[in-house]
Design a protein around this ligand. Sequence first.
Ligand code: C2E
Ligand code: CA
Ligand code: CA
Ligand code: CA
Length: 278
Amino acid sequence: QAKRLQTHQLAYQTGMEDESTKLICWEAELLAAMQNDELVLYFQPQLNLRENKIDSFEVLVRWQHPEKGFLMPRQFLPLVEQLGLSRQLDFWVLAKAIQTISEWKKQQLVIPLAVNMSPVHFQQDGLKRKIKQLLQQYNVSPELLELEITENTAMHDMEKGSNHVIELQQMGIRVSIDDFGTGYSSLAYLRRMPIDKIKIDRSFVTDMAGNDSDMMIVKTMIKLGHGLGKRMLAEGVETEVQLQLLHNMACDTVQGYYIAKPLAEVDAIAFYRAKMSL
Ligand code: C2E
Ligand code: CA
Ligand code: CA
Ligand code: CA
């Protein structure tokens, strides 16, 4: 790593900062960011519509960069992937999330957290071992951890993918499908993957109120999911009208700016206490 930094410095001084040098520089910065806790977790509540209570929070990563400021995932995740650091990032987030569950528990807040997993990572055998180890280390029960995976082409090996899901569930960890409806094989997923929860992609929810076919699609997805015994969550709920429609469609859980934006930890706790009258 020191050598890389040196290389970068050299390139900088001689004005040869080309694409590959930039990437090398970013790699060192990213690794340092994880080490120095420049990455931070934000938390977005998932509201249970039937019981009007917060079921859980989704964990979303941000980068508080010392010079470049507050960076959103779309500003650095593509780079993370390009550099082959997705696994490291996922581990970092996972460890932080499990640590957070344990800290919240000490404040009498027993709240499940949902963590995003890149498909590459999800496929690896080391993941289960790592999770087990972290849960043990922080004395956290597996029911408080949920993993979100997308229906991505990298999961094309459905046989293998579903085995992973089964093994995680045998450990007591819940798995949900993210961005549902945007992938190539949504229905095949439903048939083969023993997942607990389906997150309907924001794109369907956004236009629902003004678009009959989107409305019908969402309604039918919820019916279908329920018929298969899955819990249904709608993403990207931004208006009262959308919330009401989803309520009428018997959608189980909603997430979106209308309920709350992703919040810093203190704000998430305050939001939870207020909503749950604690
Ligand atoms: P995602 O998993 O689909 O997460 C939902 C994204 O939608 C979040 O963006 C959230 O802030 C945003 N969102 C939530 N409600 C609304 C709404 O009502 N309206 C609109 N317009 N947007 C809403 P964010 O935090 O920028 O994250 C973007 C993506 O980056 C995530 O999409 C996820 O794929 C990825 N990501 C974020 N954190 C992590 C992480 O820790 N690990 C991995 N592997 N991926 C992550
Ligand atoms: Ca997600
Ligand atoms: Ca999503
Ligand atoms: Ca998304």
